[in-house]
Design a protein around this ligand. Structure first.
Ligand SMILES: [Zn+2]
Length: 288
């Protein structure tokens, strides 16, 4: 009898702290948007309250109809200009989490993104899953990626989104120590599953919520949605963005950059980490 009673007592302060953190907006509603969380882990389960105070940004807390559209994996000479034209036509601003290898191939596109009032942020050098690598190697890649991206953009890189959203606790802390905020997402359109532009826009519109960060792609490192070599047909990412922006306008939503939103509204944070798994493929399976 004694042991369970002691366990219950010792757990109460943790639960109280969790409730306080939830009330203060540190926890994102997991039901918002449609996404899967990394599997549970003992450190995260029992260290959750402590981790929440230093955890990853998923969206911002606001009642205003404002979102942050975010585009990962680019820039790409076909899709990025289409997305930029759609954004320019509607007057919305977005954040581009770029891959450095793509940015180095297309530095003119990086400069155009910045010149048109959007934000450049870091997604990685390539699409390697950093949580599969030894921590020193992962940190070295993040540090090198930040420096290389700053050389192209001429701007400080202050935001990082790990590929697949995959990070270990050590990787998170190292990223913050490099002066970057880690940003994941609270809504997505699954624009990697082979659906057409209309379906993707509908899904994105259905997932809109005040203060949400919407995960989209202006390129796909693994070729999902790329034009078929025979028919030439592929996902029209520019059209998906045009349809999404039209739906947002009907619902009176606008998009701004992640940094603008973080400067104006409280960040909503969530525990977002996984254990290092050297057996997980570190290459490019499918999404994010
Ligand atoms: Zn990605």
């Amino acid at each position: 009898m004694t042991a369970p009673a002691r366990t219950a007592r010792s757990r109460r302060p943790l639960l109280d702290l969790s409730a306080k953190l939830v009330r203060r907006g540190y926890v994102c509603d997991y039901e918002v948007g449609e996404r899967e969380l990394p599997g549970p882990d003992k450190v995260l389960t029992y260290g959750r309250p402590a981790l929440l105070a230093v955890s990853t940004v998923a969206c911002v807390a606001t009642d205003e109809k404002v979102v942050g559209l975010t585009y990962d994996d680019g820039p790409d000479p076909t899709y990025t200009p289409q997305v930029l034209e759609a954004l320019a036509a509607s007057g919305d601003r977005a954040t581009f989490f770029v891959m450095v290898e793509q940015a180095e191939k297309h530095p003119d596109l990086v400069r155009r993104i910045v010149a048109e009032g959007h934000e450049i942020a870091l997604h990685g050098i390539d699409h390697t899953r950093l949580s599969s690598l030894p921590i020193r190697q992962a940190i070295a890649l993040i540090k090198d990626g930040k420096a290389r991206l700053e050389r192209i953009s001429g701007r400080q890189t202050t935001l990082f989104r790990p590929t697949y959203g995959a990070q270990t606790v050590g990787q998170y802390l190292a990223t913050r120590a490099l002066g970057m905020e880690v940003v994941v997402w609270s809504a997505w359109a699954r624009d990697w599953d082979g659906s057409d532009a209309g379906e993707i826009a509908q899904r994105a519109i259905g997932a809109l919520h005040q203060g949400g960060f919407m995960l989209l792609h202006d390129f796909s490192g693994d070729g999902v949605g790329a034009p078929d070599p025979v028919t030439g047909e592929g996902l029209d990412r520019g059209e998906a963005t045009r349809l999404l922006l039209a739906g947002m306008k009907r619902r009176k939503y606008t998009s701004r950059t992640v940094s603008e939103l973080l400067a104006q509204y409280p960040a909503v944070r969530t525990v977002w980490a996984e254990k290092r798994d050297p057996n997980r493929p570190s290459g490019m399976p499918a999404s994010n």
